[in-house]
Design a protein around this ligand. Structure first.
Ligand code: HEC
Length: 131
């Protein structure tokens, strides 16, 4: 029975080769997909964040030239608890981690608003593996 071994060898070799060729393509098509949809329970927070915070902290809290990303290890719940978000919005923040300057107190957001915003940001952080 000549050939069985050879055939197996060929199948394996070309099979693997095919996978290698296909793999980067798979990665690419996944990267191009839209980011995960914001679950309904966090959409209120998202809207309030976009109105009050995104001009500095960026879309999906990814940062801008005016302010840092909040989806960042230093803002994980253990380092900056939910109270830090309340304090930041109510009283502003003296620049200490970055060189964007101070964050002003944010007018027109209630502590309930900030609670919603914080829940949204915690969700974004979990999506990024920051817990
Ligand atoms: C005018 C720009 C601006 C806006 C608007 C803004 N921030 Fe900030 N924020 C900053 C900057 C700059 C820092 C970083 C200060 C530093 O260097 O640590 C910051 C830091 C923070 C921190 C970290 C606080 C800490 O204890 O270190 C939190 C939390 C935060 N912002 C939440 C918010 C929330 C919530 C909103 C919307 C209600 C908001 N920010 C709107 C500029 C802004």
């Amino acid at each position: 029975m000549p050939g069985v071994r050879t055939l197996l060898g060929w199948t394996l070799t070309w099979g693997l080769f095919g996978l290698l060729l296909a793999a980067p393509g798979i990665g690419e098509s996944m990267a191009k997909q839209d980011p995960v949809r914001v679950p309904a329970e966090f959409q209120k927070g998202e809207a309030k964040f976009n109105t009050n915070c995104a001009r500095c902290h960026g879309e999906r809290a990814s940062g801008t030239s005016q302010g840092p990303p909040l989806v960042h290890k230093i803002y994980e719940p253990n380092h900056h608890g939910d109270l830090a978000f309340q304090r930041a919005a109510a009283s502003g923040v003296r620049a200490h981690h970055w060189s964007f300057g101070d964050m002003p107190r944010i007018e027109g957001v209630t502590s309930e608003d900030v609670t919603e915003i914080t829940r949204y940001i915690r969700w974004l952080q979990r999506q990024a593996g920051i817990m």
